[in-house]
Design a protein around this ligand. Sequence first.
Ligand code: NI
Length: 419
Amino acid sequence: MPSFLSSRIDASAQASSAADWLALGLDQALEDALPELIQLRRHLHRHPELSGHEHQTAALVAGELRRLGWEVREGVGCTGVVAELGPAQAPVVALRVDLDALPVEERTGLPYASTVQGLMHACGHDLHTTLGLGVARLLAPLAGDLRARVRLLFQPAEETAQGARWMLADGAMEGVQALFGVHGFPSLAVGTIGVRSGSLTAAAGELEVEVIGEGGHGARPHQSTDAIWIAARVVSGLQEAISRRLDALHPVVVSFGRIEGGKAFNVIADHVRLLGTVRCLDPEVHALLPGWIEDTVVALCRGHGGEARVRYREIAPPVHNDPALTALVEGAARDLLGPGQVLRLEQPSLGAEDFAQLLSAAPGTMFRLGLAGPDGCTPLHSNTFALDEGALAVGLKVLTLSLLRWMEAGGLPAPEARR
Ligand code: NI
């Protein structure tokens, strides 16, 4: 296997930065580590754990990190693990990966399929965890050379959008100056990554609307206040209000996924409950949305003789990728993978990612890691989701070199001074 930096070094051996030079030393280390890392990832895949219950996963992660010489704290934000390496007084650069699986019954037929009934790593967080451990392994021999304190955040409960908040509350982001993150992406080919400056994912919220009417006989609706009729007005009226009252340049999606109410075919319902999700990309619009939705829904209900109770729970703000850090990842990836393998994503996603919570404490960037093999890749969260394991080496290279380049650009002592 050729050196992953060989083309760059051949072209400009003298111009290669100290971080690249360090990365060159990592090439063999990566090749040596890969077989064990693949086994580790398969082990994690066999033993998925639900959000907030990642006890065995966290213990495995902590044990491996200690073995590698990292300073480890467990129980940071429930089952989170934080590990540090490098000079104590240096600036802190962090990498976040997630640990949890989903309540999905695996149907991949893989030899290392989940052994836990009803649970599956259907979002590839087993790969992310392995990437964190792989970075830990590659950086461990360089501890004396690191020009920043590297902090690894192994986060629980991403799927329920709780873990980032828990870790923040436990101080996991204290002192962090830059944060890197990664998520697998089935629509990109393995060997490629996708980057995007600015919005990467949407703000997401959970919306609950209770429509309160007054029951009566189905034959005489004029003597009652029909909550089902009003709920129908809410479902369609909210869509109309979005298109007429909000700026179309800042898209907002409201989707109701559950509706419940009524008792019998000939009884006017006095109560309907709607559950939905709200998505938008613009942080300012997102900040106004809960109040705007409540006012709109209450007005719609009152206009038809009913009342409304509206509850909005924020799931995550948008992930906003820092332009400079995104350019850093893009540069590292272009040098490692070739320019054609690094895609600038034109569109953000309306999915949500609680990495955004951590970005309230420091600038950061998350990139998309291609997962699709020659036959493509099934979607995230599906019971047949199976990624191409070639993504592991690609992700490790990009993450490790990004961290090293951040140190290089950090204005810390020149490499000559340390040798
Ligand atoms: Ni995920």
